[in-house]
Design a protein around this ligand. Structure first.
Ligand SMILES: [Zn+2]
Length: 146
């Protein structure tokens, strides 16, 4: 499927977030790190929300975290996602600190529900449009490109 035929919503790639998407394409979760206070932030921002410094670098993140919250989506809010319900949205507290909203990538129907503080790790599965989107897995084994 070519990108033009892909019907799901995708974030725009901008000069500011391009390092994040370049990382995803390379199988790395990247975060901005403030050069003054050292805190990581997500999503990208022109200034640090803690100290307002505009100095930052992009760093490879661990790709690990824990489930802070989740919900199972049964409603078909978007036609493009109708074939995927039910799916599980998760808020993940990354090891570096920021919260990221994503989906659980590998929970089959009938699997136990996720639980608070459950360890997860990032996985990248290119969608039919060719963009690698970070998702999270509770599985012990990481299989890149799965
Ligand atoms: Zn800062």
């Amino acid at each position: 499927m070519d990108v033009a035929a892909y019907e799901k919503l995708l974030p725009d790639i901008t000069p500011r977030n391009k390092p994040f998407w370049d990382g995803c394409a390379e199988g790395e979760l990247r975060l901005q790190q403030c050069s003054d206070c050292g805190r990581y932030r997500f999503p990208d921002a022109p200034v640090c929300p803690q100290c307002l410094s505009s100095a930052a670098t992009w760093q490879k993140a661990s790709g690990t975290g824990t489930i802070w919250s989740w919900c199972t989506m049964h409603q078909k809010y978007f036609a493009a996602f109708a074939d995927e319900v039910p799916y599980q949205l998760v808020y993940v507290r990354l090891t570096e600190g920021p919260l990221v909203i994503s989906v659980l990538a590998d929970e089959p129907d009938g699997a136990p529900e996720p639980h608070l503080d459950q360890p997860v790790h990032v996985v990248f599965r290119p969608n039919p449009g060719g963009r690698a989107i970070p998702q999270f897995s509770t599985a012990d084994t990481v299989t890149a490109g799965k």
